[in-house]
Design a protein around this ligand. Structure first.
Ligand SMILES: [Zn+2]
Length: 458
């Protein structure tokens, strides 16, 4: 990301929540030359030259820019679903200043040339783009990719996401290398043999709709295997998109035993249940009528039960789950306008993430500072702190910030998305909590005037 600089920005009167510095209060923030210049109780605009842009942020939260360590950008190979440019624009609209590209592209990100290609394509997009490399060559699960070459090329972690690292021996080897390389192996935990043909969570909804189920144990069996391998090797296991109550319990216990494991959860797994497949936007009283089999609810891991949602929310609140990650998975229309069995797995998440997450805050289940921690320092810590310079509002560090209105109610309209992926079950749903502005590298990369104006008039 190397965009031309803009004039200095002075943000006044916002509630600054900066978990890395333990700060939560009303402060002014001055940004110039791409950096945070000052954070103070009062920075008079008169003391600056007239070229400064003043943003009155009364009623808004001002925090470090969000980091997403699980973004499917689809480029190279699937540019009809998303490009690096459209994905980065969606990130900016969602308040994310750093996103991590997953390697299930074509070609897969298993060598330095593909990493370089993505870095070049990301050079002038409105978000910082970091790259995950494959664990195995071509994500085929047969032999390890050249992990040292990929590290030299700049990857921040490894994953075969979209598929698990199925071979336990290879996973053991990868974790052993991860210990020495100092970066995590993010595994998409799913034992295929336990869910052949499965398209949604196994339970009463799948039975009622006559759809093949995916039992929670398909995830949990591999989480258990990987925790054992992390304990054996001392390698750094990261559980991608953890989604079941059983997985949360295992990760909690593993951490108590000092095993080097971290975990992420997706916004949709903190709010939606399998009942959404019935077509009533989650209302379990809605009979499975003409809106049932809503393919926009098809995602991997699947939407599960209220018990699982509650366990994921509790795990995020108590730190068992280190961070939120979107698993933003944009798809073109025809991938979803088909039968539930044929439809692609995945939800376009970047632009609805904050509004979805804020429901857990408004419900009183997760505090606002904790939620911000799980979107900033949490994900940076998972990657080993290579991103920590972007997670604190400290003078002299790069100015990556998100401004949002925690209370603003708005209705999701996929036609407004910057993402090419319009695939979300939340279209038409009202959420509370909306991004007002996103600043990346000192540059205003997104602003929503209707929300920013609240600060102007507060
Ligand atoms: Zn995955």
């Amino acid at each position: 990301m190397a965009l031309p600089q803009q004039r200095p920005i002075l943000i006044t009167g916002g509630r600054v929540i900066d978990p890395a510095n333990g700060r939560d209060g009303i402060f002014d923030v001055l940004i110039a030359d791409g950096e945070i210049k000052a954070v103070d109780q009062s920075i008079p605009a008169g003391s600056l030259d007239g070229a400064v842009r003043v943003i009155h942020a009364g009623g808004l939260v001002v925090c470090p820019g969000f980091i997403d360590i699980h973004t499917h950008l689809r480029e190279p190979g699937f540019e009809y679903k998303e490009t690096i440019a459209t994905g980065a624009a969606a990130a900016a609209r969602g308040g994310f200043t750093t996103i991590c590209a997953m390697p299930n592209t074509d070609p897969a990100i298993d060598n330095a040339a593909v990493v370089d290609y993505i870095a070049n394509r990301a050079a002038s997009v409105p978000a910082r783009v970091r790259v995950f490399g494959c664990v195995t060559k071509q994500r085929a699960g047969r032999e390890l990719a050249d992990m040292e070459e990929l590290i030299s090329a700049g990857v921040v972690a490894f994953s075969d996401d979209g598929d698990p690292v199925y071979d336990a021996g290879l996973m053991r080897l990868a974790l052993t290398y991860s210990r020495d390389l100092g970066v995590p192996i993010s595994n998409h935990c799913e034992d295929h043999e336990l869910c052949p043909g499965g398209v949604m969570a196994e339970g009463w909804v799948s039975s009622r709709l006559g759809l093949a189920g995916i039992p929670a144990v398909a995830e949990e069996a591999m989480v258990a295997r990987d925790i054992s391998l992390a304990e054996l090797t001392g390698g750094r296991l990261h559980v991608a998109h953890l989604s079941s109550a059983g997985s949360v319990a295992m990760v909690r216990q593993a951490k108590e035993r000092g095993i080097p494991v971290t975990a992420e959860v997706c916004p949709h797994h903190l709010l939606l249940t399998d009942a959404w497949a019935l077509g009533g936007k989650g209302d379990p009283n809605v009979a499975a009528g003409p809106l049932a089999y809503d393919t926009y609810t098809k995602v991997y891991p699947p939407l599960r039960t209220e018990t699982d949602v509650a366990a994921c929310v509790a795990g995020l609140a108590d730190g068992t789950i280190d961070c939120v990650a979107t698993d933003h998975a944009p798809h073109e229309r025809v991938s979803k306008e088909c039968t539930y069995h044929e439809a692609a797995f995945g939800i376009s998440v970047l632009e609805t993430a904050l509004g979805t997450l804020m429901s857990a805050v408004h419900n009183g289940d997760v505090s606002l500072p904790t939620m911000i921690e799980r979107l900033t320092t949490g994900p940076a810590r998972v990657l080993g702190n290579g991103l920590s310079q972007y997670t604190a509002l400290t003078p002299g560090t790069p100015a990556d910030l998100t401004l949002f209105d925690p209370d603003a109610a708005w209705t999701v309209d996929v036609n407004q998305f910057a993402s090419m992926g319009r695939n979300t079950p939340l279209d038409g749903v009202e959420l509370r909590g909306r991004v007002a502005a996103t600043i990346a590298g000192g540059r205003l990369v997104f602003e929503e005037p209707a929300v920013l104006n609240k600060g102007e008039t507060a």
